[in-house]
Design a protein around this ligand. Structure first.
Ligand code: GDP
Length: 463
């Protein structure tokens, strides 16, 4: 880890004029509703709601009280908590009001709060934005929080929690610190060329930068593990018309997501369903049937099916069990479209007599009947197994979870690769500076100049 001083600056406290409030719990009727108030007026607002009765609030302690309207009438009895600033979610004074979750209670509380001077309803995401601007969370933690709130599967939850706790930011801060130190030495070479700099500093700088670049490349070569966990493992179902693709998707989704029809070629667009398969998020897409001689609209569907299939993490080739030989041609077409990972299923085994089963085996196809449910459990288990293989063993090491991060790190590697081929210190410094900027964009900490100030103070060169 870098020295504390080399850590990117946290932004200073931003105390805004407005105190904001919002209901923190989901809308609708519930046992309890929590309202949150953040800002310099938060404690004052609390005291007004208590009718200015009772002692001042104790920090971080749940206290029972009666909340009153401006005329002194009781709105509800509930709990409040006060989180003093510096140690609160937003970095400002935060008050939480726990009331009964009826609509009339909540709206009376909101009415009361909106009548108070200096208070206004919060914009979407404004509490978290204040947390970011007050340096309580970096951008990767903000994203982790959003992912945690949206998490549907255990794997998503665990990954989001790791990101929220700052593990990913820790990696990026470490790289930022090391690159900034290298940058400072490069700048020193430029600015203080006539002065005595320690011997071998140029070589040490290059080694340090190369080490960061190697770590970044390893971070990128993760098989998109984090992104798959977050966005879902994508599975495209591809096969001839009428093989039962829409029926399979419906069976997986347990609701009617795609049209199932007796006439061939009804699924002209791509229909997607999000599923939890073995604890992982998966996005399953039903695509148009692959067949030639289709009308122009259907041809477009086929084109989309292939495009979609080539982007999928896995293609499920679904053929009719009465014609399992169709799988070979489809595999070739998919391979030409750049698809690497496929799994073949022969559907409608309920229509196939015993002797037909060996033909299915010959094509190494997974036997299935969407109609009777035969083979469905095995298919799901096989899919879960494939996803687990892709995602790899879950480790505690932070992983890239968003394309935004990936693109920024790729840009860093590009800058640092160019750095390796440059000899003039000013050009070399510029490449490192650009890499540091990219890292700063991931975490939202972009104060490179401030960092340089810190480092130059430590140098004591030339005063
Ligand atoms: P798609 O064109 O590949 O999407 O096929 P559909 O899902 O629309 O299904 C075509 C027809 O096959 C429909 O009439 C389904 O009811 C029928 N079908 C689907 N799965 C099975 C199955 O396992 N067994 C039998 N016998 N029929 C099925």
């Amino acid at each position: 880890m870098p020295d504390a001083d080399l850590r990117p600056h946290r932004r200073g406290q931003v105390l805004r004029e407005d105190t904001i409030f919002a209901v923190a719990t989901a809308p609708g009727r519930a046992g309890i509703a929590i309202l949150r108030v953040s800002g310099r007026e938060a404690v004052h607002a609390l005291q007004r709601l208590r009718g200015h009765g009772g002692a001042g609030p104790q920090p971080r302690r749940a206290t029972l009280c009666r909340f009153r309207d401006g005329a002194g009438g009781v709105i509800d009895e509930g709990l409040f908590l006060w989180f003093p600033r510096h140690n609160s979610f937003t970095g400002e004074d935060v008050v939480e009001l726990h009331v009964h979750g009826g609509r009339a209670v909540v709206s009376a509380m909101l009415d009361e709060l909106s009548r108070m001077p200096g208070l206004r309803p919060a914009e979407p995401g404004e509490f978290t934005r204040r947390a970011f601007e007050n340096g309580r969370l970096d951008l990767t933690a903000v994203e982790g929080l959003a992912d945690l709130v949206a998490a549907d599967t255990p794997a998503q939850r665990r990954q989001a929690l790791r990101q929220l706790s700052g593990r990913l930011a820790g990696v990026y801060d470490d790289w930022t610190g090391r690159l900034t130190r290298a940058l400072a030495w490069l700048e020193a070479e430029i600015d203080f060329a006539d002065e005595d700099l320690p011997d071998g500093i140029g070589a040490a700088t290059r080694t340090a930068v190369a080490a960061v670049r190697t770590e970044m490349a390893a971070h990128l070569a993760d098989g998109r593990r984090g992104e798959i966990v977050r966005d879902g493992f994508s599975i495209a179902i591809v096969g001839p018309p009428n093989a039962g693709k829409s029926s399979l998707l419906n069976a997986l989704a347990q609701r009617d997501a795609a049209i199932v029809a007796e006439t061939a070629g009804t699924t002209r667009d791509v229909v997607e369903v999000r599923l939890d398969i073995g604890g992982y998020a998966a996005v399953v897409a039903d695509t148009a049937g692959l067949r030639s001689g289709a009308d122009p609209v259907e041809e477009e569907g086929i084109r989309r099916a292939l495009a979609r299939a080539s982007q999928a993490d896995l293609v499920l080739v679904l053929v009719d069990a009465t014609d399992p030989g169709a799988a070979a041609g489809i595999r070739d077409r998919l391979r030409d479209a750049g698809v690497a990972d496929m799994m073949v299923c022969a559907n409608k085994v309920d229509l196939v007599a015993l002797e037909g089963k060996s033909a299915i085996d010959d094509h190494a196809a997974h036997p299935l009947s969407v109609r009777t449910g035969a083979g469905m459990a095995e298919l799901l288990a096989a899919l879960a197994h494939r996803i687990a293989d892709h995602v790899g063993k879950e480790t505690e090491a932070p992983v890239l979870s968003r394309l935004r991060h990936r693109l920024a790190i790729e840009a860093c590697v590009d800058h640092l690769s160019r750095f390796a081929g440059v000899t003039q210190p000013d050009l070399a410094a510029e490449d490192v500076r650009l890499a540091v900027r990219e890292l700063g964009r991931i975490t939202g900490r972009v104060d490179v100049e401030d960092l340089l100030d810190v480092i130059f103070r430590d140098f004591c060169i030339g005063k």
